[in-house]
Design a protein around this ligand. Structure first.
Ligand code: PLP
Length: 425
């Protein structure tokens, strides 16, 4: 680990905490980050030459694995033609069409550069078209780090013990109402009191940022009913779940038609690209057609678009997504079996090609039950696995991801190493 340790020391001099996104610092698991030299397929190599089987996949985008040759070739070809123009290119329309085919609710699509921008812009649009200020979000859901959404947020904001953040004026979150995930009554109560002021409900339709927490039957249809009754918009934040839980996201499975959808991660194939879209009548309210302003110097960047098109193109091939889901299920079931065999209390939540291992005996169905997990056990689990060459998220409250590059042999190998880790815990 010497090279990583030295790299971390140097980074910490110049970069706050040595990292450009807080969870990477691995503080929650009492470790230091591995500095990465390269990735290929299902594997990562750190600067010390250690090889890891990777279940982070850059936090979700790399569903085709690291440095997939077709994606790298598409990126290189695009780069040779120029890195950015700040003018429209045909590739953007191709990607918008791919999105519309996979997500029929997204009649129009606008490309942005990060999931944070996508949710922030979707909220602005919802407020603009309804003329209302309030939004409803759920405890433990993370929608990026825009001010209005940093309330009881998941992901890094959970493990850092900062439920919201310093530097966010009270005025920015005064219109953010918080409900409980999987609890329609908590939503009904907010609407009963302030329904006429609520522009939108934003939800991770399968939560991934408090660890994976699937919706209960009826939860998402219930949100659709309530929002419709009050003339509020329903926003699905599918930044993580889009192309991941199924090719068409959660909405292809749950039969709910959201007004707006946010995409990110996989749609950029590892490059900075995200999108928001939805019903034409709303999207036509965006500038330059309408009064809701939204813009980006690098939005629809041609190199990022090429990475996204190549990634989604590979994923769309028959059987590819199903294969990744089958391997995820095999791994999730295997971990459950090992937990029972080794007497370690754990729960595995899974949705499509994402999953989490919670160290708790209780069902994890919302933020509070997620918080009941034993984070010290997770930290042990992380450190044993990392030492044995398996790379998982350095926090209990994150999703883990399987890619097309993971083979049955990789899964079997991972289960062996997990068994050894559980045996020592
Ligand atoms: C990752 C994520 C975001 C934020 O995306 P960034 O690209 O990190 O800004 C928003 N919503 C969800 C559900 C996410 O998982």
């Amino acid at each position: 680990m010497r090279a990583s340790e030295e790299a971390f020391r140097q980074a910490a001099e110049a970069i706050p905490g040595g990292v450009n996104s807080p969870v990477r610092a691995a503080l929650a698991v009492g470790a230091e980050p591995a500095f990465i030299a390269r990735g290929e397929g299902a594997f990562l190599w750190d600067v010390d030459g250690n090889r890891y089987l990777d279940y982070v996949g850059s936090w979700g985008p790399l569903i085709m694995g690291h440095a997939h040759p077709a994606v790298v070739e598409a990126v290189c070809a695009a780069a040779r033609d120029g890195l950015s123009f700040g003018a429209p290119t045909p590739g953007e329309t191709r990607l918008a069409r791919v999105v519309r085919d996979a997500f029929p609710s997204m009649e129009m699509v606008r490309l942005v550069s990060s999931g944070t921008e996508a949710t922030m812009s979707a909220i602005r649009l919802a407020r603009g078209v309804t003329g209302r200020d309030c939004i409803v979000k759920f405890e433990g859901c993370y929608h990026g780090h825009a001010d209005a959404l940093l309330v009881k947020a998941g992901s890094g904001a959970l493990t850092m013990g900062v439920p919201s953040s310093a530097g966010v004026p009270a005025g920015c979150t005064a219109s953010t109402l918080v409900a409980r995930y999987n609890d329609l009554d908590s939503v009904r109560a907010l609407f009963a009191e302030r329904g006429e002021e609520i522009a939108a409900v934003i939800v991770e339709p399968v939560a991934g940022n408090m660890g994976v927490v699937p919706p209960r039957d009826g939860f998402l249809p219930g949100l659709r009913e309530i929002t419709e009754a009050y003339g509020s918009l329903l926003v699905f934040d599918e930044v993580m779940t889009g192309f991941r839980v199924s090719f068409g996201g959660v909405q292809a499975l749950c039969g709910v038609d959201p007004d707006l959808t946010c995409l990110g991660k996989i749609i950029g194939g590892g490059m900075p690209l995200a999108a928001f879209g939805g019903k034409r009548r709303y999207l036509e309210q965006l500038a330059p057609l309408g009064p809701v302003y939204q813009a980006g110097t690098l939005a629809g960047n041609p190199v990022a678009v090429a990475a996204g098109l190549a990634t989604v193109g590979l994923l769309r091939e028959p059987g590819v997504h199903e294969g990744i889901v089958a391997k995820t299920e095999e791994l999730a079931r295997g971990i459950e079996r090992l937990g029972i065999a080794r007497g370690v209390p754990l729960r595995v939540n899974r949705a499509g090609a994402m999953f989490s291992v919670f160290f708790t005996e209780d069902e994890v169905c919302d933020y509070r039950s997620a918080l009941s997990s034993n984070t010290e056990l997770y930290a042990c689990f992380y450190r044993f696995l990392r030492a044995s060459g398996v790379y998982i998220a350095p926090s209990q409250f994150e999703a883990l991801f399987v890619s097309a590059a993971h083979t049955d042999a990789h899964i079997a190998d991972t289960l062996e190493r997990i068994e050894a880790a559980l045996a020592r815990m």
